[in-house]
Design a protein around this ligand. Sequence first.
Ligand SMILES: Cc1cc2nc3c(=O)[nH]c(=O)nc-3n(C[C@H](O)[C@H](O)[C@H](O)COP(=O)(O)O)c2cc1C
Length: 671
Amino acid sequence: MDNHKTNTTDTFDYHEAFSRTLGWITEDELEVLRSKKIAIAGVGGVGGVHLLTLTRLGIGKFNISDFDTFEQGNFNRQAGAYLQNIGRPKIDVMAEMALGINPELEITKFSDGVTLDNIDEFLSDVDVYIDGLDFFVLDLRRAVFQACYDKGIPALTAAPLGMGVAFLAFQPGQMSFEQYFRMENCDADEKSLRFLVGLSPAMLQLGYLADQSRVDLENQKGPSTPMACEMCAGVAATNTLKLLLNRGKVKAAPWGLHFDAYKNQFKTTWRPWGNSNPVQKLMLKIARKSLMSQREQQREAKAGDVAPDMKKTASDIEQVLEWARWAPSGDNTQVWDFELLSDTSVRIHGYDTRDWCVYDLRGRASQIAQGALLQTLEIAANKQSFLVDWQLIEQSDESKTLIDVNLTKTQTAPAAPLLPYIKTRSVQRRLLKRNQITDRVKTQLEQIVGDDYSLIWVDGNSRWDMAKLLFRSAKLRLTIKEAYDVHSKVIEWDSQYSEDRIPDQAVGMDPVGLKLMRWALKSWKRVQFLNRYLAGTWLPRIQLDLMPGLYCGAHFILTAKKTPENTEDYLNAGRAVQRLWLEAARLGLQFQPEMTPLIFSQYSESGQRFTSDENGALQADEIRQRLKTFFGDCDLHSGVFMGRLGYGPAPVARSLRKPLEDLLIKSKEGA
Ligand SMILES: Cc1cc2nc3c(=O)[nH]c(=O)nc-3n(C[C@H](O)[C@H](O)[C@H](O)COP(=O)(O)O)c2cc1C
């Protein structure tokens, strides 16, 4: 422990320094704040900002503790994290910073951190305690809060969650930390869950975590934001002020506050009996289940990644394929296998799904996906300073696509601005914002598809016409046996993620609708029954087609200037599709393909039979007539892709991919 009192510098004048707070508080109140002592355990992410904020508020005395030193990983959020402070003890840096604001401060530093042995000293003469300990330091936290309770010291915790703050105050004589969180006799995981669920009963932070894999529970690391830390300091300091100046009620546990700036939401929560409250118990149950499935997914994701030891030895082509496999494909079918030919070349064995998938008209959807694969591969190769040369090998079987790909090293790495979006790009099937897509954004998207392609935009009031067309097309989709056969195969139930299909939670239905859909898809008879007697197509058509058709910025149709005829043409179209989708992701747009009206229209245009349902062909003719109104003079067969885009949240559920190992022909044969 170090006592640190610096001489007042000649120029410093306490009243002058903090005079701008006057008005919100009186001069007398400022004097009160000056006489008070706050203890802050941990001066990293939140603790550091607490210290500076309270110093600026005019608090005169602090006990602070921390045993850690600054490193680069602290830069995103910690007040003292500067290049020049790397390797320095956080406690010294933060004390210096605070003294730079108020050189008259009395700061007592506990440089070995707060421990069971020094708690009494750490809390001696303290008026308010503020928690700045790392999330996972739970036993010590419990001990400090209990000591505060025993000594009659109000204790506050403000947790940075996502882009918001969850706040709890523990007041002497009211509910204690232990009574609220109930961590006794729990193992480490359970304690963390109880802390999280107790801190944020409103769970406002859910739903916008962009990359689940960044939550590393094994190593007790989670993602954080600077905004949340700043908000924590604001809320904690405000409540400290109220406590110290006796300025009205501070809501104490079992009350809690949660504000999420990202969601624009604020909730006051009330949980009598804390984590023993039935609502909390239910939440804990859900949280435990979700923790287990997260662990499972992380294990799977790790297995799907190139193994760490392989990473060093993986050939250039394998590293590129690691990225390429994230290309989109209809119903996540991943219609490719890879035969490694050398360290820099691969033969792609593409196949199509026309024998079981009605949407794969003449294998074109599969070829488009394979084109997207080629484009993704090229972006990843460019990033690693390789140029890509690919060649389609003539096949007698139209359903097979053999492509030889060679990488050649180049001195200057071509730009690969789309690389970061390869894994984050995903379908969003839920409602999007209706905000207009500006001409500037449209032009950027038109440029990325290149000179051989054009984009037809359907926006403004025309969205209504497109939504109606989608609604009609969905009727056909939901009433023919050929499409039922596909739907019953491609959905993975009860899932947020799926490696080889579409998880049900990414389909875009609400939970009740999903349950009904699951029941119906068990047999064709059930679908027929629902359709005949209960207008079974209405609910999914409204939720999956009509509403999304209206709620988006724009629909688009990608057309080729020269009508595609052969596999190579569709591969190139697929390349354009992937550039478009990645560029949309780069511009912050969500994206959903809407291929069925195009496919049914093209069946109709070419007179190809696709269903045993007599009425089906007639419906397809009508869809074609309607779709043609958007095409103007363009040939319907020049349309290669259709979809909608708009601003909105990223999907919370999505398809993943099969591990590279499973796609390698070599390893499949056990070579
Ligand atoms: C050629 C092609 C056609 C597609 N058609 C549709 C479609 O009509 N509706 C839809 O919601 N998604 C469609 N998708 C999206 C796929 O289902 C999706 O890309 C795949 O499940 C992988 O998921 P991800 O893109 O989120 O990674 C299509 C994708 C491709 C490549």
